[in-house]
Write a protein that binds this ligand. Structure first.
Ligand SMILES: NC(=O)C1=CN([C@@H]2O[C@H](COP(=O)(O)OP(=O)(O)OC[C@H]3O[C@@H](n4cnc5c(N)ncnc54)[C@H](O)[C@@H]3O)[C@@H](O)[C@H]2O)[C@@H](O)CC1
Ligand SMILES: Nc1ncnc2c1ncn2[C@@H]1O[C@H](COP(=O)(O)OP(=O)(O)O)[C@@H](O)[C@H]1O
Ligand SMILES: [K+]
Length: 492
């Protein structure tokens, strides 16, 4: 029996991210119950402590605050005041002097800090605090701050709550933005800190609790312990059928390699057996003697607990997809099966009772979007990852794993996960085929599609890192072969 719910234990802390609207609501509720300024002091104290840890010594260090006109600037000014009281030479560059945060500025001046109008202070500072804009920001840096985006720096830039110029809710960057070495965020992560391109601008993210009472997070990133808790482990009564059988309909005369790679991933994803159907049966069994092979197609291949359809599928992809979708098993559609689905549109999935998981890269996602009348291209999808994945999930009624620099998984119920383990070394031919087999195998063990997809992305990313070691090109098969040691690192 396949469970579509999440098996994630409630007590395990995911890395959670909340929207600006949720943070604002939680802040308002808490502020109403606390003396004025308490939250800002909590934020400033955490921020100052992180900055102090980044400086070889606080006394005598040059700290520059880039202060915008809102409370984000206030946090930065109060933090700089704390550092000034410990002997730092703190200066503030006010981007809109008439609207600078009055109490924060007064605190800085009282602590011995000063105001500067010299933009050259940026390049001389041992540490820069980016308090230009936080969750109140929209769009790229305005002209007064834009030059700092490309200016040479000497010390680390610490973003206050969010790197300025990054959209907090989506991670989208539509113009100049200030790249941070460290981001100190307050109360919760913001989705934009977990999703590229925003994640790349955020650097190392450090969370400072300020006591917010928040609703369930719409976006989360699984951590090591979360994944360990989700991994299917065979019990004493398990046998290969009870562990789940995953069917792989992949490969064609033209692309037999994709079949081998999808099966390689599927064999290491927790299912007890892999049933392969397609034109590469001979090659598959030669390379993977443990696979059960047939050329019959999903309709007549025998019972499985999940189907993987599409890698290297060639001309047979549409037929295989239709047959798999006609079963009552969960179906993962990848590669050529996605091209067919984009051509035929979401109607093809209507009436399914079991979950469907789609695993497009940005180009395939653009084709799926065309299937719902949204004409776009791969670059646009990559720049709007969360929005694209969510739109596809909602319109196809399927879980969508959008691959790329930050892999995003979106569920049709609105929840989303981002994967923290990715590495550019994964961008190697056939890597996606391994991922498809792996995710399908996890589906066959009974994980719901959101968990199966996010655990697969996590394992796949770690396997890529493991295979690449200190840094070396890897093959897709290397990724598959690193999976057992990655499992051991999680279960040990
Ligand atoms: N309200 C509170 O008690 C707390 C607020 N906190 C801080 O307050 C921040 C939010 O403060 P605000 O709501 O005042 O908003 P912000 O300080 O984020 O920004 C608001 C101001 O920036 C301007 N702005 C918007 N987009 C811009 C852009 N692209 N370039 C330049 N300027 C731009 C707006 O015109 C507005 O005046 C959080 O990110 C956090 O740092 C924290 O101190 C926690 C407690
Ligand atoms: N820059 C990157 N950072 C992290 N992961 C990446 C990056 N580029 C590619 N990947 C990952 O590599 C895999 C490539 O899959 P895919 O695009 O389907 O390639 P193929 O069709 O050759 O198998 C995906 O899991 C994707 O998320
Ligand atoms: K900021």
């Amino acid at each position: 029996m396949t469970c579509t719910c999440s098996r994630l234990p409630k007590e395990i802390p995911l890395r959670q991210a909340h929207t600006v609207a949720q943070v604002r609501a939680a802040e308002a509720a808490l502020m109403a119950a606390l003396p004025d300024g308490t939250l800002m002091q909590r934020a400033a104290a955490g921020l100052a402590a992180t900055c102090a840890g980044l400086l070889p010594r606080v006394y005598g260090s040059r700290v520059l605050v880039l202060a915008g006109s809102g409370d984000n600037g206030g946090d930065a000014l109060f933090a700089a005041a704390r550092l000034a009281r410990r002997g730092a030479r703190a200066e503030a560059l006010l981007l809109d002097p008439a609207k600078a945060h009055a109490e924060g500025l007064a605190a800085l001046l009282a602590a011995g800090g000063r105001v500067t109008g010299d933009a050259g202070a940026f390049g001389r500072a041992d540490l820069v605090l980016d308090g230009i804009v936080g969750i109140g920001g929209s769009g790229p840096l305005r002209p007064a701050a834009a030059p700092f985006a490309t200016m040479a720096r000497r010390g680390p830039v610490v973003a206050v709550d969010v790197p300025s110029g990054v959209d907090p809710d989506t991670g989208e960057v539509s113009g100049p933005a200030l790249r941070a070495d460290v981001t100190v965020c307050f109360g919760t992560h913001k989705p934009g800190l977990l999703i590229d391109p925003g994640a790349e601008y955020a650097g190392v993210v450090h969370l400072v609790g300020i006591g917010l009472d928040l609703p369930p997070a719409p976006v989360a990133a699984l951590q090591h312990a979360d994944v360990a808790a989700l991994l299917p482990v065979p019990g004493a009564e398990s046998d290969k059928y009870r562990r789940g059988v995953v069917g792989v309909a992949a490969g064609s005369a033209r692309y037999p390699g994709a079949a081998l790679l999808a099966v390689a991933g599927a064999l290491r994803g927790g299912a007890g057996a892999v049933r392969y159907t397609g034109h590469a049966a001979e090659e598959v069994v030669r390379r993977h003697p443990e696979a059960l092979v047939t050329e019959a197609g999903p309709a007549r291949a025998g019972r499985v607990q999940a189907w993987v359809v599409g890698p290297g599928g060639g001309d047979g992809a549409e037929q295989a997809l239709r047959e798999a979708l006609d079963t009552d098993a969960p179906v993962l559609a990848d590669a050529d099966a996605l091209t067919e689905l984009g051509r035929l549109g979401p109607a093809l999935l209507a009436g399914r009772t079991a979950p469907t998981l789609l695993t497009p890269h940005a180009g395939e996602a653009a084709r799926l979007l065309a299937g719902i009348g949204e004409h776009t291209d791969a670059d646009t999808v990559a720049a709007h990852r969360l929005r694209s994945a969510r739109l596809l999930a909602a319109r196809y009624g399927a879980t969508v794993l959008l691959k790329g620099s930050t892999t995003v998984v979106a569920d049709p119920d609105g929840r989303a996960r981002t994967n923290p383990t990715g590495t550019g070394w994964l961008g190697t031919a056939g890597s996606g085929d391994v991922l498809a087999g792996l995710a399908g195998s996890l589906l066959a063990t009974g994980l719901g599609p959101l968990d199966a997809a996010s655990v697969a992305a996590y394992l796949h990313g770690l396997a890529g890192r493991h295979a690449a070691g200190t840094g070396a090109p890897i093959t897709a098969l290397d990724i598959a072969e690193a999976l057992p040691s990655v499992w051991r690192s999680l279960t040990g």
